[in-house]
Design a binder for this molecule. Structure first.
Ligand code: UFG
Length: 334
């Protein structure tokens, strides 16, 4: 059994490697990553956590020849595709970078998938494809235009995979729409390590807690929510990782969409308070203007994933806060 993990050094990919190894102790797992938003240190940590000597190739999925070469070399039974740019704001400033990278990379993988008749394909999508619809979001909701080029690339890749699966009935595709993955592996060795200034909430909180950034700016205190701050469906990254293993095991013919979330909303302030309480550390914050494009409340309906994948997120907000801080704290000592 062999699986390709494209983007396997990134946040979700690296955690999924750990879950895959646990579930398939004898499988050949090959990671490719171009290291644009990840560091090679994560590979060493992955080896430490799993005890594997990992098969890794630094490779850009847009380099079609290199991708062909990879598939010539290994025989895969499944592909898990995490590789893609993901900074929403950057995608607005530099849309072409996103359209070229995220779509071309996916196309090159899909071509090989068809060429070698690789039956299983798991794609990292995002709740952002729901656009500015209304929570709780259901897989059958119609997709409103995503608010960013990043979101559009996810919607376009979903469509490509749906069309290809329709034309090739032997193909089994899972399109996993993540809500807000946070936290870290419980070892504290693997976590979220953005290579530039974090734009997402949890990595920003941990940097402020660590003293690397002076203050957390909370974007918007006047949303129609319980405390005025925006609500999201935060999910532990290890639950997301286990969701991929479940998706690989339960993948059916055709292309099937699943939300990976908890189904519960947490406000920014609630998350900050939980972080402070669990870790016994202060996070100075200031409430500022809303961030353009943000929605008041985004959370998932998770019934389809629970029944179709026989998977359910089990970790709490407290687990997420503790593990995220454990990882960040460990980095202080390095
Ligand atoms: N926030 C702050 N301060 C910060 C960073 C974030 O207040 O410094 C707030 C945001 O305004 C938002 C919440 O925290 O209300 C969560 O923001 P994130 O940037 O962490 O996450 P988003 O919900 O904006 O976006 C995430 C992913 C996207 C994905 C989207 C899908 O980052 O890739 O969920 O809904 F598209």
């Amino acid at each position: 059994m062999g699986f390709l993990i494209a983007g396997g050094i990134g946040f979700i990919g690296s955690h999924t490697y750990i879950s895959l190894r646990k579930r398939f102790p004898n499988a050949r797992l090959v990671i490719v990553d171009n290291l644009t938003n990840s560091t090679i240190q994560t590979l060493n940590s992955l080896m430490e956590v799993t005890g594997d000597s990992i098969l890794f190739h630094q490779l850009d999925l847009c380099d079609e020849q290199a991708v062909e070469h990879l598939f010539n070399r290994y025989h895969f039974h499944g592909i898990l595709h995490f590789a893609g740019y993901k900074a929403v704001e950057e995608s607005v400033v530099n849309p072409l970078k996103y359209y070229i990278n995220n779509i071309q990379g996916t196309l090159n993988l899909v071509k090989q998938c068809l060429h070698y008749k690789i039956e299983r394909f798991i794609f990292s999508s995002s709740a952002t494809v729901y656009g500015n619809g209304k929570s709780p979001f259901k897989e059958s909701d119609s997709l409103l235009p995503a608010s960013s080029p990043y979101g559009q690339t996810k919607a376009i890749c979903e469509r490509i995979l749906q069309d290809v699966a329709y034309a090739n009935p032997w193909l089994r595709v899972s399109l996993l729409r993540y809500f807000n993955p946070i936290g870290a592996h419980e070892s504290g060795l693997i976590g979220e390590s953005p290579t530039s200034l974090p734009s997402n909430l949890m990595p920003y909180i941990t940097k402020v807690a660590k003293g690397e950034l002076p203050i957390l700016k909370i974007f918007g205190g006047d949303y129609p929510t319980l405390d005025g701050t925006a609500v999201r469906d935060y999910i532990h990254v290890m639950d997301v990782a286990e969701g991929h293993v479940a998706a690989l095991e339960h993948v059916r013919r055709g292309a099937h969409v699943y939300n990976l979330g908890t189904g519960r909303g947490t406000s920014v302030l609630q998350l900050v308070r939980a972080f402070e309480q669990v870790n016994g550390i202060k996070v100075p914050y200031q409430i500022v203007e809303r961030r353009p494009g943000d929605l008041a409340s985004v959370y998932a309906n998770v019934h389809k994933a629970e029944s179709g994948l026989q998977w359910k997120a089990s970790r709490t907000i407290e687990n997420m806060c503790r593990d995220a801080w454990n990882f960040e704290k460990r980095n202080i000592l390095i």
